[in-house]
Design a protein around this ligand. Structure first.
Ligand code: ADP
Ligand code: MG
Length: 328
C-alpha cells in the first residue's frame, strides 16, 4: 500500500523464557490514529519500544515510513516522535529549554527551532509556562510538553505509550483534543492504552492485544457491531445453571461472566430473544434477579475477545502469571 506508514509482520520479542510479543502483524495507513488496547503486561510497551528502536529487533519484519527497521534504524528514528509511558523530562529545565535542547539534539536549524517552539507551545497551550521549570508543572502539563517535544522534528508518525495514564478525566479529555488536532494537521498516531474509552473515542482502528497476541482488530464501530445488535445482561440466583440453560436457547450466542452476572450476546433483536430466554429460565426454575439490555460497548468487545474484564488489575496479574506459566 502506497500510504502505509507502519507495516509489522510476525513481530516476536522474548525476555529470556518469556514471550512478551508473540507473532504480531498489523499495518497503519497515513493519517490514521491506531491504538493498541490491552491490559497490563499484554506486550504493548514492548511493541512500541521495538518499533521506536529502544529495544533491538529479534524476529519479524518492521517497515516504518518506507524504511526497514533492521537495516535503516537511523532513518526510522528521523521519521518518528516518541512520548514514553513514564515522564522523561529534566526537572530543572524550563518548557522552552526542553524543546530547544531537543531541537538541537536533532540538528534543527536555529530559525526553525524558534518557530517550531512557538507553534508547539501554542498547540499544547503552555504559552504562559514558557519559562517555567518542569518541576513546577502539573502532571497534565508535563504530558502536554512531552507531546510538543515529540512533535519538534515534524515526525511522520508519533508514538505514544499510555499517553493519559494517571491523569484525571478532564485532563484526559483535553489530551484527546490535542492529539486529534495533531492528527488533523497530518501526523499519523500510534498509541497504546488500557483505557477502553480512550481507544474507542480517539482511534480510527484498534488492535486488542492480550498475552502478546492481537486477538481482534478493526474500527471501533466494527468491533462493537460484530457482537450483535443488543447485549442482554442478566443477574440470576444461579449463574452456572442459567448459563447451561441459555446455551440451548435459540438465537443465544456467546455468554460471558461480568460483574457477578451474565453477559449474553444474541443473534437477533434483543426484545425478541429476551422473552424466550426468560421462559427457558423459568421452566428450569432459575430465578432472575436483574435484567439490562444495551448496545455493545468497547468493554464488551474486550470481554468477548479476552474472556475477562480489565477492571481488577490484581486479578488480572494473577491470571496473567497463571496463563503464562501454562503456555510457555
Ligand atoms: N525488560 C524486561 N525484562 C523482562 N521482562 C519484561 C521486560 N519488559 C517487559 N517484560 C515483561 O514482558 C511482558 C510485556 O510487558 P509490557 O510490554 O511492558 O506490557 P504492557 O506495556 O502491555 O503493560 C510482561 O510480562 C512484562 O513483565
Ligand atoms: Mg506498558
Amino acid at each position: 500500500m502506497a500510504d502505509e506508514v507502519i507495516r509489522v509482520a510476525g513481530l516476536t520479542h522474548r525476555f529470556d523464557e518469556l514471550v512478551a510479543v508473540d507473532g504480531v502483524s498489523f499495518s497503519v495507513s497515513a493519517g490514521e490514529v491506531f491504538s493498541f488496547l490491552g491490559p497490563n503486561g499484554a506486550g504493548k510497551s514492548t511493541v512500541i519500544n521495538v518499533l521506536t528502536t529502544l529495544l533491538p529487533m529479534q524476529d519479524g519484519e518492521v517497515v516504518i515510513a518506507g524504511r526497514d527497521l533492521r537495516t535503516e534504524p537511523d532513518h526510522v528514528r528521523e521519521a518518528i516522535g516518541i512520548v514514553f509511558q513514564e515522564v522523561t523530562l529534566d526537572r530543572d529545565m524550563t518548557v522552552a529549554e526542553t524543546l530547544e535542547f531537543h531541537g538541537r539534539l536533532y540538528g534543527l536549524p536555529r530559525e526553525e527551532r524558534r518557530t517550531r517552539i512557538d507553534e508547539l507551545v501554542a498547540l499544547v497551550e503552555l504559552e504562559a509556562k514558557h519559562d517555567t521549570l518542569i518541576k513546577y508543572l502539573s502532571g497534565g502539563m508535563k504530558r502536554r510538553l512531552e507531546i510538543a517535544r515529540g512533535l519538534m522534528t515534524r515526525p511522520t508518525v508519533l508514538f505514544l505509550d499510555e499517553p493519559t495514564i494517571g491523569l484525571d478525566p478532564q485532563t484526559r479529555a483535553r489530551m484527546w483534543d490535542y492529539l486529534r488536532q495533531v492528527n488533523r494537521e497530518g501526523t499519523t498516531i500510534f498509541l497504546t492504552t488500557h483505557y477502553m474509552d480512550e481507544a474507542d473515542q480517539l482511534s480510527n482502528r484498534i488492535a486488542i492485544i492480550d498475552y502478546g497476541r492481537i486477538v481482534a482488530e478493526g474500527r471501533p464501530y466494527e468491533l462493537k457491531n460484530a457482537l450483535g445488535q443488543d447485549l442482554i445482561y442478566l443477574e440470576t440466583a444461579d449463574n452456572a445453571r442459567a448459563r447451561a440453560v441459555l446455551e440451548g436457547t435459540p438465537n443465544v450466542g456467546a455468554i460471558h461472566e461480568k460483574g457477578g452476572g451474565l453477559l449474553v450476546m444474541v443473534a437477533d433483536d434483543g426484545t425478541r430473544v429476551l422473552p424466550h430466554m426468560l421462559d427457558a429460565l423459568r421452566t428450569e426454575n432459575v430465578a432472575v434477579t436483574g435484567i439490562n439490555m444495551k448496545k455493545p460497548s468497547m468493554d464488551d468487545v474486550f470481554i468477548h475477545y479476552t474472556g475477562r474484564e480489565l477492571r481488577d488489575e490484581r486479578a488480572e496479574n494473577v491470571a496473567t502469571a497463571v496463563n503464562r506459566a501454562g503456555r510457555h
